[in-house]
Design a protein. Structure first.
Length: 227
């Protein structure tokens, strides 16, 4: 048993900052209860970005009902209007209506960011700055974010870091005439020159369920194990 535990620690680099930064560069914010090593059964450096994207999309499809909807349904009474929107987004997703899903998901995400970043102040829209102050993030010389010495659980630090990175990546101001990838402003104002994809939709559902997950502090969620 001890040998197996030590072997896992040697292979499991999914909790390293190197891997956290790789997640942030690719726009992924997995639910805090998701164990990458258990799912992929190999070290992260054995996976290309494309393989990792595909793996997370497969995980979403395999566990939509027993992980993601389970998290979404936690909001049935806490945030009934958001819960209803998320249910409708899931129905649209199942019909491959990604152009409907994406603007709705950005709107839902912003509502959660108002709480997470700005303590519920609906007039503040500087989500990244608010989130950075909330977790006392500071920049080191390699331009990567590191946590301060405050006693904040590591998984929450990782989630907040990834959420802030997602904001920096997809909420950036753009020139609408020549921008052809996922962006909050383009989809919110109907000026996108890009067809949103299944991958984009899943990334948005991931970050929203991550935030819900954080609020409810789910410790254990049953997931399907790959054969």
């Amino acid at each position: 048993m001890i040998d197996k535990i030590l072997e896992r620690f040697e292979k499991d680099d999914y909790h390293s900052w190197e891997f956290i930064n790789r997640l942030s560069e690719n726009g992924w914010v997995p639910p805090i209860s998701f164990d990458c090593y258990e799912y992929f059964q190999c070290s992260s450096n054995e996976l290309s970005d494309e393989e990792f994207d595909q793996g997370l999309m497969d995980f979403f499809e395999e566990n939509l009902e027993n992980v993601f909807l389970k998290i979404i349904n936690l909001e049935e009474y806490h945030n009934p209007f958001i819960h209803k929107m998320l249910q409708e987004v899931v129905q649209a997703y199942k019909q491959e209506l990604y152009q409907i899903c994406i603007p709705s998901l950005f709107a839902i995400l912003e509502r959660y960011l108002a709480d997470l970043s700005n303590d519920g102040d609906l007039n503040k829209v500087r989500y990244g700055a608010g989130l950075g102050k909330k977790i006392w993030v500071e920049t080191d010389h390699s331009d990567k974010y590191i946590e301060s010495c405050q006693e904040i659980p590591g998984r929450f630090i990782h989630s907040c870091y990834l959420i802030k990175s997602f904001i920096d990546k997809y909420f950036t101001s753009i020139n609408f005439e020549d921008f052809d990838s996922l962006n909050r402003h383009a989809f919110a104002h109907g000026r996108q020159r890009y067809f949103g994809t299944r991958l984009d939709t899943i990334k948005l559902i991931f970050i929203i369920t991550n935030i819900i997950n954080m609020y409810h502090e789910i410790e254990f969620i049953t997931v399907e194990v790959k054969d």
